[in-house]
Design a protein around this ligand. Structure first.
Ligand SMILES: Cc1cc2nc3c(=O)[nH]c(=O)nc-3n(C[C@H](O)[C@H](O)[C@H](O)COP(=O)(O)OP(=O)(O)OC[C@H]3O[C@@H](n4cnc5c(N)ncnc54)[C@H](O)[C@@H]3O)c2cc1C
Length: 579
């Protein structure tokens, strides 16, 4: 069932509303405001990642990389005490336990784990709750254990996948797992790219795809209450007739639950903020099965600790999100999409910064280097100029969005920009953003048998041009194919580095480039991840970015809420951190 649901999710996000592609080659704003040419559909196979083979594991076994320690400790003894319990940390024999992965300076990417029998009793209890919505099928478990969009791997896959239909079922499932001290990995659209959904310890994967109801829409309050399994694209299709939309747009196929858990953003974050700013309330099943409501439906509140924001970005390590109240936005009256080219990536980044400083409230400003544009041309049969490119969206009234366009056109011309084109036709604009949104798959299609290492650094805006220029020099000097793509208005940029997984030297070279960009961003007071999150891939950078006291505090919180360390263990908090 999961495989089918996964494929249908991909189908629905790659086909909807893409009846045509967009060809922009025009400039004069005044002569003809909208110059778009609509062609026949050419959206093709996106060269989904090849999956490397993994050894089959026994159905009834789960790993215990850190868990033998966890089993030794009772829940109560951990609560906010100085470290005496090793359940969540024992740095002394980390190597021997096989949990070196993700520690400071780690260069490993296969997440380790060892096995422990999954009790038959647990499976029987899960069957009693989930009935047919449970699978032990190897292919289903394999799909759930291997991220679809990242090179990260784990030595194990889930032992069982369950598909709850209600909050009560989730609570029962979690309670049983806690009783048997079996790991849980919540699972949304599986579009995350830092190994978030790996099951290094086997255990139970909770696939939320059957919990996708829209529970209440409050048009006058501009909010909606949904179950976590609904995708942001499906939600926006539902909201469109009401003149409303939800402004976060991560990977096509991402679910609202996964988006909360990763604190995602996307191209519109420059205008509307990230998931942190757009969630009003959550309901969460904690590790002991308790169901917690984090806030009211009021737009703002000063009532106590902000548990909503504690859970947002917790990547399934603190609980399973079962209900989300989202803040909505009015669909803008009018919008203009503009595109322009530059001789160098620094010129393009400088324009993004100058535009933000001009005070114009762009709703999107996206940067692509020439290699990324080539990938898009190849994947979509396009003929865009293969130079550093900026894409803008301006919203407001017809007059105000045109005025913003003209101001930015002037800024572009002052920074060596050329080929300034723009569109107002709704289908053409949608298609243009769809191409941008699927840029990552266009990268994969360049080398279908390769893997992609994706950086996601973010710096204060004034450092963006310098960071991108430095990075681009390194990338261009590398033998690997590397693409740059940025949410430039936020100071957030990604590189996609393609490497042959069978060539260890190539993987190391990709790792070297990745390290360079992360360390350069950190030296500029930036972050190792602006939006993709930590998963297993970014754990090794957290101490440098946040400091050990910060990580100890995270670990204390985790220990209190999840004393048996069952919630997505081995993720987010580096294993070497002790308190
Ligand atoms: C083509 C492409 C483009 C992308 N563009 C962007 C972008 O612009 N911006 C951006 O921020 N990201 C982007 N991403 C990354 C990805 O889409 C986001 O991280 C997204 O938020 C993940 O959501 P998901 O439903 O796929 O979560 P999953 O991958 O299923 O899970 C992610 C994490 O959330 C946890 N989780 C899932 N559901 C729940 C739940 N109900 N309760 C608790 N924990 C849960 C999982 O355990 C895991 O740790 C992109 C990815 C792709 C493939």
């Amino acid at each position: 069932m999961a495989l089918l649901s996964w494929l249908s999710r991909l189908r629905s996000c790659s086909c909807s509303s893409s009846k045509c592609l967009f060809n922009l080659r025009s400039s004069s704003y005044s002569q003809s405001f909208c110059r778009t040419q609509l062609n026949a559909p050419t959206v093709n196979g996106y060269g989904f990642h090849s999956q490397s083979q993994q050894t089959k594991t026994s159905f009834f076994s789960w790993s215990s990389s850190m868990l033998p320690l966890a089993l030794a400790v009772s829940a109560g003894s951990l609560a906010l005490q100085p470290l005496s319990s090793p359940s969540l940390c024992d740095a002394s024999n980390i190597e021997a336990q096989g949990v070196s992965f993700g520690g400071k300076d780690s260069t490993e990417y296969v997440v380790k784990g060892s096995h422990k029998e999954v009790p038959e009793e647990l499976i029987e209890e899960l069957k009693a709750i989930c009935q047919d919505d449970l699978t032990l099928d190897y292919d289903e478990r394999y799909i759930h254990g291997k991220p679809q969009n990242s090179f990260h791997k784990a030595v194990n896959i889930p032992d069982v996948v369950v598909f709850p239909r209600s909050e009560e079922e989730v609570s029962e499932i979690v309670k049983i797992c806690d009783k048997h001290k079996v790991p849980i990995v919540p699972y949304g659209g599986a579009t995350s790219i830092e190994g978030h959904t790996l099951s290094p310890n086997g255990g139970v994967c909770i696939d939320m795809s059957l919990m996708k109801r829209i529970k209440a829409l409050h048009v006058e309050d501009m909010d909606v209450i949904v179950e976590p399994g609904i995708g942001w694209m499906e939600l926006n299709e539902y909201l469109e007739p009401y003149g409303l939309f939800f402004p976060l747009d991560p990977g096509p196929g991402a679910t609202i639950g996964g988006m909360c858990a990763t604190r995602c953003s996307g191209s519109l974050a420059v205008r509307y903020g990230t998931m942190r700013d757009n969630v009003i309330n959550l309901k969460v099943v904690l590790a002991n099965g308790d169901i917690v409501k984090t806030a009211s439906r009021a737009r703002k509140s000063a009532a106590g600790y902000d548990l909503t924001r504690l859970v947002i970005g917790s990547e399934g390590t603190l609980g399973v999100i079962t209900e989300v109240t989202l803040r909505l936005q009015k669909i803008p009256q009018h919008s203009v999409v503009a595109m322009c080219n530059f001789p160098s990536i620094k010129d393009a980044a400088d324009v993004a910064i100058a535009t933000m400083l001009s005070g114009i409230q762009v709703s999107r400003v996206e940067l692509m280097d020439e290699v990324q544009v080539r990938a898009i041309n190849n994947a979509n049969g396009k003929n865009l100029p293969e130079t550093p490119t900026l894409l803008f969206e301006f919203i407001g009234t017809e007059a105000s969005s045109r005025e913003q366009t003209l101001i930015v056109q002037k800024i572009v011309s002052e920074h060596n920009g050329s080929d300034f084109v723009f569109a107002e036709d709704p289908e053409a604009k949608k298609e243009l953003w769809k191409i941008r949104k699927e840029a990552l798959w266009a990268c994969f299609a360049m080398e279908p048998n390769f893997e992609a290492m994706i950086t996601d650094v973010c710096v204060p805006l004034s450092h963006l041009a310098e960071l991108i220029s430095k990075s681009k020099q390194k990338l261009d000097a590398s033998p690997l194919v590397c693409m740059v793509i940025a949410h430039a208005g936020d100071g957030n940029f990604h590189t996609v580095i393609l490497f042959d997984p069978d060539q260890e030297e190539q993987r190391k070279e990709a790792e070297r480039l990745n390290h360079f960009m992360v360390h350069t961003a950190l030296a500029m007071e930036g972050t190792c991840t602006g939006e993709h999150g930590v998963g297993t891939g970014k754990m090794k950078y957290l101490e440098q970015e946040l400091g050990v006291e910060n990580l100890k505090t995270m670990k204390r919180i985790k220990a209190v809420l999840d004393p048996n360390n069952i919630m997505n263990p081995g993720k987010l908090i580096p294993p070497h951190v002790c308190f």
